[in-house]
Design a protein around this ligand. Structure first.
Ligand code: PFF
Length: 458
């Protein structure tokens, strides 16, 4: 399509963007639902507990403020301004040379959803197991619990069901499906989290555990490139930046929505839930239990160390554990929905297919893409490092260049209500800070993740 056609399209929304959110609140809840997911309940806690402690948390918060918020706002502006799917939005503001970034969004999202659905299936199975009274009581039974969740034909069935449920929500539409789900699930999730926090923080050894893990201070941590990379990657994954999900959601927004406030609320909710989860889980887990499962990476935390922690609580344990896994299921499904929405919006936009047909055919492709992660846990962890880490950071870097250097006019126009000094700070963050920091994190990721894998193959 020529540029003229795309420019005209700014006033005529594309097939994917013809639907719109029922209300501002509905959009904010859906976007928060996309951001709040297993990354908050699982990734953050694991990384805080395993190493870094205070340094990790502070660097994470710095990444959220310096990079997360500006990039989220930039994605929202791009989506709302163009009212196009992530593929065509980049071309609409940057011209055809930005098409590769447009493709990176649906590709990255589909690949992330492939492995994310596997973990979601485990969460669902863990919930079912607890409801049936199967709660591990010691290290050996916790290991067996995880092995059972993550294997066998039942795992494949659960994987298929998770993808089918996700597709059913997306196929029902933006307002009737995604928004309706978020309207009840987000408040429910926040209530459950608060309840669990009150209970967890009142455990006898909670203060000592908080002190041991969260106030853990080592000067060398602050300059540790591994901790730095993890903190920035975590902030990125947690907000779902660089995946095009926020962009896709924003393409259904009206022109009068206050984007800066909405971006601030989404960022604050996502960060708050991550911190709440840390305060819930830290008193429950011993660092030793987390460390023992370093082999299965963060996965071990959620499925081995957390059930063991709940089991140590006696008769209240199973109920609280059920609440925790129920909460994790809600968080995972609302995130999965947003991941699927990205390739669905792109296919609808490109091929002009209807929503239902597009959704079911896209989810079939995603199911195939996730097969390696379904079959092997090490491939799942590698997918997370590669697609949830390197690819997201890479597309975030390109996005900051696009919005900061190529299309700053869009930001100036769409954010005219922002005080000029704030707008200047935002542009500064997108033009200089984000490319520099993300470039550094990308280089570190290549050294830490990609290089060892290549040398393994050679
Ligand atoms: N933010 C989600 C989490 O923390 O689990 C994961 C995610 C959702 C990543 C949506 C990317 C995305 F587009």
């Amino acid at each position: 399509m020529g540029m003229a056609g795309l420019e005209n399209s700014n006033s005529a929304p594309s097939a994917s963007a013809q639907q719109s959110w029922g209300s501002s609140l509905g959009f904010v809840l859906a976007a928060a639902g996309s951001a709040i997911g297993l990354g908050n309940l699982w990734g953050l806690t694991y990384r805080v507990a395993l190493g870094g402690g205070m340094a990790f948390l502070v660097l994470y918060l710095v990444a959220v403020v310096l990079l997360g918020f500006p990039l989220l706002l930039a994605e929202l502006v791009l989506g709302r301004h163009t009212r196009r799917s992530p593929l065509l939005a980049t071309v609409a503001v940057g011209g055809p040379s930005w098409r590769p970034l447009g493709w990176l969004f649906p590709l990255g999202s589909a690949l992330i959803l492939g492995y994310y659905a596997v973990i979601t299936a485990w969460v669902g199975r863990a919930l079912l197991a607890v409801l049936q009274g199967h709660v591990p009581t010691d290290q050996a039974s916790a290991d067996a619990f995880f092995l059972k969740l993550s294997g066998g034909w039942a795992e494949a069935v659960a994987y298929g069901l998770v993808l089918a449920l996700t597709a059913a929500v997306v196929a029902t539409g933006v307002q009737q499906g995604i928004e309706r789900l978020s309207r009840w699930s987000m408040p429910a999730l926040l209530m459950l989290l608060t309840g669990l926090l009150i209970w967890s923080a009142s455990l006898a050894d909670a203060p000592a555990r908080y002190e041991e893990v969260l106030l853990h201070w080592r000067w060398s941590d602050w300059l540790d490139p591994h901790i730095l990379r993890q903190a920035f990657s975590q902030a990125f994954f947690s907000l779902g930046l660089g995946s095009g999900a926020m962009l896709a959601y924003a393409s259904h927004l009206g022109q009068r929505e206050p984007l800066p406030q909405q971006a601030a609320i989404i960022t604050a909710l996502d960060t708050a839930v991550g911190l709440l989860a840390v305060f819930i889980v830290v008193p429950l887990m011993s660092t030793a239990a987390v460390g023992q499962h370093d082999g299965t990476g963060a996965v071990g935390t959620l499925f081995v160390a957390i059930p063991l922690g709940f089991a140590s609580l006696g008769s209240a344990g199973p109920l609280l554990m059920a609440a925790f896994f129920f909460l994790a299921s809600i968080a995972a499904v609302t995130s999965a929905v947003s991941l699927l929405e990205v390739p669905v919006a792109v296919v609808m936009d490109r091929l002009g297919w209807g929503r239902a047909v597009t959704t079911w055919s896209t989810v079939a492709v995603v199911a195939l893409l996730g097969l390696p992660a379904l079959l092997r846990t090490d491939l799942l962890m590698a997918s997370h490092d590669l697609f949830g880490g390197v690819v997201l950071i890479g597309s975030g870097l390109l996005l900051s260049l696009l919005m900061g250097w190529v299309a700053p006019q869009q930001l100036r126009e769409d954010l005219s209500q922002l005080p000029p000094p704030l707008l200047r700070v935002l542009l500064l963050a997108l033009r200089w800070l984000a490319p520099l920091l993300l470039g550094g994190v990308l280089a570190l990721s290549c050294v830490e993740i990609v290089q060892p894998k290549i040398s393994l193959w050679l």
